[in-house]
Design a protein around this ligand. Structure first.
Ligand code: PLP
Length: 263
């Protein structure tokens, strides 16, 4: 049996709820074989991030190259890339690859830890032209697009405007994740080039155990693309998966627990 293969490039979360670990758990539960390249190692639990150690850009490039020169990866995602050197190394290593690539421009954890050095935000412009889908949350969409979202009176209008700007930076599609604001909980805005934008919703689930929900959504989309679904179908299926993971989220640890992957 030859399984579909998906790859994740990002940071390790020692608590297992976000980052590389969340991505690999998601791939496995969707019956997709997962492989990875680690950009940095976080010391982290459900209460927050206590330390971040970056690998060298060369170490990241070597992992990506080792995987891609051997395994037939069908789709990939990037997550926490921390600094300019790691973003540049990723952009260079992936430039010639034509498979679906999802870019999750991870910047700050829910608890406020910096997962991307502020000086590295501009470097994302290198990666965006390679993206089939960019998946920013509201904060990331605001910083990458320059459109004021978080203080906007018309929140939905601001999201739609930011998504349009982000397409102009080169990504073929954008999914702005609304979850950070109660009024947009469960609602994400998908804009693909040459198609009208659409708000996709699942039931708003009230839980504090949401650690890794953004990573899980991106990994689920990547897994479904590796399995051959269209981008829109993959997003819908991934939202269903995240909804199930949130409904049965795990109250482990003293802080924000992770999603459940065997619901
Ligand atoms: N740690 C790593 C390695 C991540 O990639 C992310 C998010 O992408 C987080 C932590 C933050 O997770 P959350 O904000 O869901 O707690």
């Amino acid at each position: 049996m030859t399984p579909a293969i998906a790859m994740t490039i990002g940071g390790s979360d020692s608590s297992g709820g976000a980052g590389i670990q969340a991505d690999l758990k998601t791939f496995t539960s969707m019956k997709v074989y997962g492989c990875s390249a680690i950009s940095c190692v976080t010391a982290q639990n459900t209460k927050g991030v206590s330390r971040v150690d970056a690998l060298s850009p060369e170490a990241l490039s070597a992992q990506i190259s080792a995987v891609l020169t051997d395994l037939p990866v069908a789709a990939l995602k990037t997550g926490m890339l921390l600094n300019v050197g790691l973003i540049e190394a990723t952009a260079a290593a992936l430039a010639a690859l034509t498979i679906p690539k999802l870019i999750d421009p991870v910047m700050v954890s829910r608890a406020g830890s910096v997962l991307l050095e502020p000086s590295a935000i501009a470097a994302y412009r290198l990666l965006l032209p390679q993206a089939e889908l960019l998946t920013p949350n509201l904060h990331e969409a605001q910083l990458l697009s320059g459109v004021t979202i978080e203080a906007a009176t018309d929140l939905e209008g601001a999201v739609e405007q930011a998504a349009q700007r982000l397409l102009e930076l080169g990504s073929a599609a954008v999914l702005v994740k609304g979850g950070g604001r109660p009024e947009l909980r469960g609602r994400d805005y998908l804009l693909q080039r040459h198609a009208p934008g659409q708000w996709l919703s699942h039931a708003p689930i009230s839980t504090t155990h949401t650690h890794g929900s953004g990573c899980t959504l991106g990994a689920a989309i990547t897994a479904q693309r590796a399995l051959g679904l269209s981008l829109q179908e993959a997003v819908i299926e991934a939202k269903r998966y995240v909804e199930g993971g949130l409904r049965s989220a795990l109250a482990i640890g003293a802080g924000h627990g992770p999603l459940c992957h065997w619901h």
